[in-house]
Design a protein around this ligand. Structure first.
Ligand code: FPP
Length: 230
């Protein structure tokens, strides 16, 4: 079983367009899928699930769509808390929370607090997240440690730098899934993806079910991972 699975939830807009619906209805159905996939991943025994919900680049979308995504986030987390409790899932956030609207920050912080003692799967919701920004943030934290005399430049290596990532405890990604037929990384968890198995499916996120998750896991289980060895 992959220990850490990450998903780029793509295709909400195209799903809506194919049904002659406004783009936002694709996001609304997509948000419901999150609950199903979090529960299924937890049932499968996956230790950590990272979902790309809003990237640092997504702010460039029309203001109306951004506002809708933020209100959907608040609505979704309010409903999701009881499921997280039932499944013993712990919520963590990767990304710059302080730049999100106040109501979103509030509900996120409440949900993090209510689930912090959970010992089941870690649900890493990537919000206002950028992979390059995470690496830059890790570098600036390490530099600060050097300036404060707590770290020597000579001590900085991959292992040490990875301690300054947003959630070093989650570790590398074993399986990365991207829906909707696009085959790109899009600035997602760049450091953690170094040796991941990549799985691309044409299924759009609002149609992605636990069966699709299972298919991805079964494909992963047939792969031979060599990590640069032979
Ligand atoms: C990509 O679809 C998806 C996103 C930009 C974000 C993912 C958001 C959700 C699954 C729903 C919201 C949930 C929360 C918790 C905020 P797209 O719009 O890029 O699709 P397209 O490429 O077909 O246009």
């Amino acid at each position: 079983m992959p220990s850490h699975v990450a998903i780029i939830m793509d295709g909400n807009g195209r799903w809506a367009k194919s049904k002659h619906l406004p783009r936002i209805s694709g996001h609304a159905v997509g948000a419901k899928r999150i609950s199903e996939i979090v529960a299924a991943a937890s049932d499968l025994g996956i230790k950590a699930l990272s979902l790309y919900a809003f990237s640092t680049e997504n702010w460039s979308r029309p203001q109306k769509e951004v506002s809708f995504l933020m209100s959907l986030l608040v609505k979704h987390l309010k409903k999701e808390l009881k499921n997280l409790i039932r499944k013993n899932v712990k919520l963590v956030i990767s990304g710059h929370l302080e730049e999100l609207p106040q109501p979103a920050q509030k509900i996120i912080n409440q949900t993090i607090e209510s689930s912090q003692h959970h010992h089941g799967m870690v649900f890493n919701l990537c919000l206002n997240y950028g992979g390059r920004r995470e690496i830059a943030d890790a570098c600036s934290l390490a530099v600060k440690q050097v300036i404060d005399g707590k770290l020597l430049i000579a001590e900085i290596n991959e292992k040490v730098l990875s301690r300054y990532l947003y959630h070093p405890e989650i570790g590398d990604i074993d399986l990365m899934i991207r829906t909707s037929g696009e085959e790109r990384i899009s600035n997602f968890l760049l450091w953690q993806l170094a040796y991941s198995e990549l799985y691309f499916t044409s299924v759009r996120w609002p149609d992605f079910t636990k069966i699709d998750l299972l298919k991805a896991v079964l494909t992963y289980q047939k792969r031979e991972r060599r990590f640069g060895g032979i």
